[in-house]
Design a protein around this ligand. Structure first.
Ligand SMILES: [Zn+2]
Length: 251
């Protein structure tokens, strides 16, 4: 906590375990930033993926590995009877391979139900990340962790749709007024980071390395990181540090 009593947190998360995650880790590490890599057990889309050795090296550098299903299952579509098996197995395999407790889960495509949350709690997870955007506040459940911005050129319509799904009027108001209905992800990221500096809160950047690579976003990504790194009174953490800072369950 800083002198003014506000908590300012920066975290990042990276989905799917693609081998190009190593480039993300390099860019983060060079700026003393942290992050959680959510890796399914089976390679996503058949792409080359992080090996056990890669994941161990990431942990040694201070990053975290989180679970992302066995085969990137859309959890809301998994038969209820298989939920415990999937969330338990992907956790156990990573723990076996890495010799470390897996504390966080990320819902593939952000889809889940209350039954999925119950299964995660039974398996011993401490929290889970969604794909909701534009959040900087701390008022949500550890199993409903939103994000702030994605390394992806979303359109205005996509931002509005994402806000509508989150059913957060405050976020809609912010998007229209403070962010001026913008669609430049770096600008949105900077403005929301400035807000966290002023008001406190959590700034959470996420993305997919395969997508950053395909869309040629590495330079913009580095520019975004340069803006938020090495700031005074900001804590740079992995996702499993978030549950202790979120304060209230949503209604
Ligand atoms: Zn994914």
């Amino acid at each position: 906590m800083s002198v003014d009593g506000k908590v300012r947190i920066v975290t990042t998360s990276w989905d799917d375990g693609d081998i190009r995650d190593l480039r993300i880790a390099e860019l983060l590490h060079a700026r003393s930033m942290r992050g959680t890599f959510y890796v399914p057990i089976e390679p996503f889309n058949g792409n080359p993926s992080l090996s056990k050795t890669d994941m161990r090296a990431l942990i040694t550098e201070g990053f975290e590995i989180g679970a992302h299903g066995i085969a990137h299952e859309i959890m809301s579509e998994v038969p209820v009877g298989k939920l415990d098996y999937i969330v338990g197995t992907c956790k156990a395999i990573h723990e076996d391979n890495l010799g470390q407790r897996i504390r966080m889960f990320c819902y593939p495509r952000g889809r889940y139900t209350g039954l999925v949350v119950q299964a995660l709690k039974r398996a011993g997870y401490e929290g889970a990340r969604t794909v909701r955007l534009l959040a900087t506040d701390t008022r949500y459940s550890p199993f409903d962790l939103p994000t702030t911005t994605q390394v992806y050129p979303h359109t205005r319509v996509e931002y509005l749709r994402n806000i509508a799904k989150a059913r957060k009027l405050g976020r809609l108001h912010d998007y229209v007024t403070r962010l001026g209905l913008g669609d430049d992800w770096v600008e949105i990221g900077k403005k929301l980071f400035d807000r966290v500096l002023h008001e406190g809160g959590i700034w959470h950047l996420w993305g997919h390395s395969w997508e950053i690579d395909q869309l040629g976003l590495w330079d913009e990504f580095a520019q975004m990181l340069d803006y938020v790194c090495r700031r005074q009174d900001v804590l740079y953490v992995n996702n499993s540090d978030l549950p202790q800072y979120v304060t209230r369950r949503p209604n």
